[in-house]
Design a protein around this ligand. Structure first.
Ligand code: A2P
Length: 268
C-alpha cells in the first residue's frame, strides 16, 4: 500500500522511493545540480538513468535523469536543466535541502561499460546536461581498469555552463582514492559555441577538422583501439554518431556490445 509520510501531501506511490534532498548548487539560470539520499537497496551501473519525479498538484510527474554520481557513492547526484515551463523542471529547480524527491525503483540505460567491447581509449562526447552520465563514469574506478585513456568532451553554448564539468574534474584530482587511480588517464576537453573562449566550436566540427585530435595529441579515431559514448541532443547524437560510423566504429547495446553507444540527454 502507498506509504503516508509525515508530509501529509506526499503519498508515495508503490515501486517508488521518496528521497531527501541534501544539497542544491545553481550554476546558471539554466543549470543546477542536486544531491539526495540513496535508498539502501538501490543498485545501478555507472552511466544509467532513473525516473525522477515530484508530486505536482497531487500527481507524480517523472522525467528520465542520468545518475551523475558513481555506483559506489552513498549519495545520488543529478545535473539538471531548468526549463521555465518544463512540466518537472519548473518545480524541481526550486527544491531545497530537506525536500523529498521521488525516484522509480528501476534504473536503466545504454551508456554503460558493459555495452562496449574492450578498447584502449574511451571517448565520452557530451553537450549540455549530456555530461551527467559521464560524471558518473569518470568517477568509477572500473572505467580506468578497462581503459588506458579516458577523454571527456563537453560542449556548451556558454563558458558558465562548463563549470559543473570543471568542478567534477577538480573533485577527482583532489579525491583521496580517485586522484591516484585516475592519474593522468583522464582528459577533459571543454569547448563553447556562442562565446569567446580559447576552445571553441561544436565537437563534430572539431572532429572533422582534426583539431580535437591535434589538441589532445592523439591519432584520429580508430575502431581497433577507440571506443565512444555519446550524450546530447537528438541532432548532436545523429551528427556525432555519423562521424564515428565514418571512422569505422559500430553501435552497440547492452545485449550486443560494440564500439560505441548513444543516449539522448535530458531535456526538460
Ligand atoms: P551551437 O551553439 O552551435 O548550436 P543545445 O543547448 O542547443 O543542446 O546545445 C548545446 C551545445 O551543443 C551547443 O554548444 C550547440 O552548439 C551544440 N550542438 C547543437 N547541435 C549540435 C549538433 N548537431 N552537433 C554537434 N553539436 C551540436
Amino acid at each position: 500500500a502507498p506509504v503516508k509520510t509525515e508530509n501529509a501531501e506526499l503519498i508515495v506511490p508503490e515501486g517508488v522511493y521518496a528521497e531527501i534532498v541534501l544539497s542544491v548548487t545553481h550554476y546558471t539560470d539554466r543549470l543546477f545540480r542536486f544531491r539526495m539520499t540513496r535508498p539502501a537497496g538501490f543498485r545501478f551501473r555507472s552511466g544509467e538513468f532513473a525516473m525522477i519525479g515530484l508530486m505536482v498538484e497531487g500527481k507524480p510527474i517523472y522525467r528520465a535523469y542520468s545518475i551523475a554520481s558513481p555506483s559506489w557513492d552513498e549519495e545520488l547526484e543529478f545535473f539538471s536543466i531548468k526549463v521555465p515551463d518544463g512540466p518537472l523542471t519548473q518545480h524541481l529547480q526550486k527544491i531545497k535541502p530537506g525536500d523529498k524527491v521521488l525516484m522509480r525503483k528501476k534504473p536503466t540505460g545504454t551508456l554503460v561499460l558493459d555495452a562496449l567491447t574492450p578498447g584502449k581509449r574511451l571517448y565520452m562526447f557530451s553537450t549540455g546536461t549530456g555530461i551527467a552520465p559521464f560524471a558518473s563514469l569518470i568517477r568509477d574506478p572500473e572505467t580506468y581498469e578497462k581503459f588506458e585513456e579516458v577523454i571527456l568532451t563537453h560542449t556548451c553554448r556558454e563558458v558558465a555552463e562548463l563549470q559543473y564539468g570543471f568542478d567534477l574534474v577538480d573533485e577527482i584530482r583532489n579525491h583521496e582514492f580517485l586522484a591516484e587511480l585516475v592519474g593522468d588517464k583522464l582528459k577533459h576537453y571543454a569547448t563553447v559555441t556562442r562565446e569567446d573562449y580559447p576552445f571553441q566550436g561544436r565537437i563534430t566540427d572539431l572532429m572533422e577538422s582534426g583539431k580535437l585530435y591535434a589538441d589532445l595529441g592523439v591519432p584520429p579515431l580508430d575502431p581497433a583501439v577507440d571506443r565512444g559514448m555519446i550524450c546530447g541532443s537528438t541532432a548532436m547524437l545523429k551528427d556525432t554518431k555519423a562521424l564515428l560510423e565514418k571512422a569505422g566504429l559500430t553501435e552497440g547495446a547492452n545485449n550486443k556490445p560494440a564500439e560505441f553507444v548513444i543516449e539522448r540527454a535530458f531535456v526538460g
